[in-house]
Design a protein around this ligand. Structure first.
Ligand code: H79
Length: 435
């Protein structure tokens, strides 16, 4: 879905159900969890299902230390010492266009950036604190520049926002689990979310995190979500305020294929860390990225894959290269991913199916060149014809009770591909019978 189509969801009035009627006080409205439910407005999640693949970006003061975004906590760095990092924060090589282009080349359709992580440093132009990117040598609204570039290019922008805040003085007393959160902090934190929902145009989602030490009541999460629904009726909200919100967020794990209709997004690192860590050296290859994506989409979920900018503001070049390579596969096979639905649950690690209309896409993640294949328990007998998605070349297939689907045509790729997709036309998605 491009930006114009995304905006049309509002102009068509599809989001109206989420808007409070004029003159009704927020307290008299149904709970925000109901307001943001898909049942209220089935179109709310349309962009999310269409997009399927997004870029997470973890960027903050922690990049300067290069020891992940948890360094302040894990190394017990005192607030007074840690906050001095802002005097050195100057990612002069940051270029919003370059970041968006990397995401585009990777085939990603949305970007979710840390507007504020647990460290409490705002990467946007907040008027509510001096502990922000505006008060660094850099002095520019990085989230704002990125949002603007995204809007320009039809990339959807979402904001990650940490509820907990290791820096704000009013939060210090609330650091202990299950102690109340001070009213001053609630006002500040809700105020920052209001800024994010007011100053950066249309947002895809608000992605809360760090809420586990307190209850949704203590965060006043219902009120927070009602405010978002009012300011940004189409914006999805994740489940990390402790309320269900619109979508689930399994971290470094697959989602909820067993809950039909529930949106979910698998967030994953591309290295072994979220924030830049100079000790890391492990990169997921393009093939691994494709496998993770197919795995998520086959369970009707999304993949939000993290990229870590360096202190200079540049996205790690190896990450960018692997993303671009994964994008080459997506350019040829995107039809089987974007907006794809479930055909049947996952069966094997290396064989997945996705579906759209009367087409079923069989994803062969580990199909050696030159051989055919038997796939047990997969019945595509109703299909009229089959062909390779990349080339259109026909694929001959048979069925038998003993073996299920047999691909008679051998894999013609001279080299192993991360995923060879075979399209079956005329199959009956969701009405499959067990063999
Ligand atoms: O932003 C990323 C993480 O920083 C954040 N969520 C993703 C998207 C996150 N916050 N908390 N957690 C994840 C779970 C907490 C994990 C911990 Fe640990 C185990 C904290 C301390 C021990 C992982 C390992 C982080 C530091 C060491």
């Amino acid at each position: 879905m491009n930006r114009r189509q995304f905006s049309r969801l509002t102009t068509l009035g599809l989001a109206a159900a989420a808007l409070p009627p004029a003159g009704v006080p927020v307290s008299a409205l149904p709970p925000a969890s109901a307001l943001t439910s898909e049942k209220t407005n089935p179109q709310r999640g349309a962009w999310f299902k269409e997009a399927r693949f997004g870029m997470f970006i973890h960027f903050g003061l922690y990049a300067l230390l290069g020891r992940s975004e948890w360094a302040m906590f894990l190394e017990e760095i005192p607030v007074g010492e840690y906050e001095r990092l802002k005097d050195r924060f100057n990612p002069t090589e940051f270029n919003a266009e370059e970041w968006v282009r990397i995401a585009e080349d990777a085939g990603q359709r949305y970007i979710t950036i840390t507007s504020k992580h647990h460290e409490g440093f705002s990467m946007f132009n907040t008027k509510l604190s001096n502990y922000s990117i505006m008060h660094t040598p850099f002095g520019r609204d990085l989230c704002g520049e990125l949002a603007e570039e995204c809007h320009r290019r039809g990339m959807i922008i979402s904001f990650y926002f940490s509820l907990m805040d290791w820096h704000h003085p009013a939060y210090q007393q609330s650091l202990k689990p299950r102690t109340p959160v001070s009213p001053e902090f609630i006002e500040f934190m809700h105020g920052q979310v209001r800024e994010l929902c007011t100053n950066y145009g249309k947002l895809g989602a608000i992605w809360f995190d760090g809420g586990w030490d307190h209850t949704p009541e203590q965060w006043q999460a219902e009120k927070l979500m009602a405010m978002i629904a009012k300011l940004q009726p189409d914006t999805l909200i994740n489940n990390r305020t402790g309320l269900p919100g619109d979508f689930s967020t399994p971290e470094e794990a697959l989602g909820e294929p067993n809950k039909p209709g529930r949106l979910w997004e698998n967030c994953m690192t591309i290295t072994d860390n979220w924030g830049y860590d100079s000790r890391d050296g492990r990169y997921k290859s393009a093939g691994e990225i494709v496998h993770l994506l197919v795995n998520a989409v086959a369970g009707v979920g999304n993949l939000l894959l993290n990229a870590s900018p360096l202190p200079t503001g540049k996205i790690d070049s190896q990450e960018a290269a692997n993303l671009r390579d994964a994008g080459k596969w997506l350019k040829r096979n995107g039809e089987s991913i974007y907006g794809a639905d479930v055909f049947r649950p996952i069966y094997y690690d290396k064989t997945f199916t996705t579906a759209k209309g009367d087409k079923v896409y069989l994803h062969m993640l580990d199909w050696p060149p030159g051989v055919g294949c038997d796939i047990w328990q997969l019945n595509l007998q109703s299909a009229r014809r089959a062909y390779f998605l990349e080339t259109g070349q026909p694929v001959e297939f048979t069925h038998s009770h003993a073996l299920g689907l047999r691909l008679v045509t051998r894999n013609p790729n001279p080299l192993p591909s991360p995923d060879t997709v075979v399209v079956f036309e005329g199959a009956e998605p969701l009405k499959q019978l067990e063999i």
